[in-house]
Write a protein that binds this ligand. Structure first.
Ligand SMILES: NC(=O)c1ccc[n+]([C@@H]2O[C@H](COP(=O)([O-])OP(=O)(O)OC[C@H]3O[C@@H](n4cnc5c(N)ncnc54)[C@H](OP(=O)(O)O)[C@@H]3O)[C@@H](O)[C@H]2O)c1
Length: 328
């Protein structure tokens, strides 16, 4: 098969598309014929992507792209709930090879039925951002209807989902973004949008129940001032905010997103019901994958970039016989 290989951490110049062996399947895995993958430009920096589960270093090359949309091609003996031919999407364990390739292996419980209203490229842009937004607002933020939430980076991959989900849950949503993205962020459900380049959010909002910080650094530091007593500051930004005692009576939470089939299924239901939509700034073929990870400077637009690996109905390069031998 063809795959995007990363040979060095944090170095997009060491990415190359080349032939690769088919992934090996564990008993609980399925083999997915990849149609599209989601691009997280910072993924080459993630320490865990370069480590095995026992924290020993993985030997390059590794395959990035841990969000997948595609078709189940083979099923391990203990992989429950999926059959060959199912259209699936999901967020794959980052400590193994990802989906910037014609085939990827994923645990069955990392995958869910692909939303029927989305293309594969759109579906590939959902899992990481959608799950992160869900876990930030619901699992860690305890967001309740009527509460006031400030979402930093409202036009970003995570922010576009967080704005929509918080609005769907009946919260009063305020977001920060660049002015060029303000109309989109309002359209997604924010009642107010603060231009982070020209305004200071702490001069506009106060007494928030929850702040979701996707930016970090001084944005995180300044966010304490806008929380009500008992409010929560939930952060996902990398690097992790510096150790600091939370302001008295306010809670600081930093977390790493985890794969979750039930939550993915709920996101899929919300998408198919028209409550949620992925925002995509670009769709690029696998052959140009290295270029996408190497992009510097201002982003092309709000939302996510997807890699198109196989056009709908197109075959992949590995023969079916070779594929099935990968299943134990
Ligand atoms: N902990 C976890 O599990 C987890 C999960 C997912 C992501 N992350 C991390 O979370 C961060 C955000 O991810 P993402 O996928 O949403 O990134 P993204 O798509 O690049 O979005 C970032 C957004 O933040 C905006 N922004 C930049 N500076 C800002 C500021 N000072 N105030 C307000 N907004 C600002 C950007 O706007 P412009 O376009 O104007 O620059 C962009 O819209 C990344 O560091 C990512 O690695 C962590």
């Amino acid at each position: 098969m063809r795959a995007l290989h990363a040979y060095a951490r944090s170095d997009p110049s060491r990415l190359v598309v080349e032939d690769a062996p088919l992934p090996e399947l564990g008993p609980s895995d399925v083999l997915v014929r990849v149609h599209a993958s989601g691009v997280s430009p910072g993924e080459l920096d993630w320490p865990t992507a370069w480590l095995h589960h026992d924290d020993t270093p993985r030997r390059p090359p590794i395959v990035p792209g841990h969000e997948v949309a595609g078709i189940v091609d083979a099923v391990g003996p203990d992989a429950a709930g999926l059959t060959v031919g199912d259209a699936v999407f999901g967020y794959i364990d980052v400590r193994r090879d990802g989906a910037d390739a014609e085939y990827t292996a994923a645990r069955a419980d990392e995958l869910a039925p692909e939303p029927v209203t989305l293309s594969h490229a759109q579906a590939a842009a959902v899992p990481l951002s959608g799950l992160t937004a869900w876990q930030a607002l619901v699992d860690h933020g305890n967001l309740a209807p009527g509460q006031r939430v400030l979402i930093h980076g409202g036009a970003g991959g995570v922010g576009t989902f967080a704005v929509q989900l918080a609005s769907w849950r009946g919260a009063h949503v305020v977001a920060t973004s660049a002015s060029r993205d303000a109309d989109l962020v309002r359209d997604l459900g924010a009642r107010d949008v603060i231009d982070y380049r020209t305004g200071r959010f702490e001069e506009v909002v106060s007494e928030m129940d929850l702040v979701i910080d996707t930016v970090g650094g001084e944005t995180w530091e300044r966010s304490w001032r806008v929380l009500r007593p008992g409010g929560r500051l939930v952060s996902i930004a990398v690097p992790r905010p510096p150790g600091r005692d939370p302001v008295e009576g306010r809670q600081a939470i930093w977390f790493v997103v985890r794969p979750d089939r039930e939550q993915l299924m709920e996101l899929g239901r919300l998408i198919d019901a028209g409550h949620l939509r992925p925002i995509i700034s670009d769709v690029v073929p696998l052959a140009r994958g290295a270029e996408v990870y190497g992009r510097a400077g201002p982003r092309g637009g709000p939302g996510r970039v997807a890699l198109l690996v196989a056009a709908a109905g197109a075959g992949a390069s590995a023969p079916a016989a070779a594929r099935t031998t990968a299943v134990p």
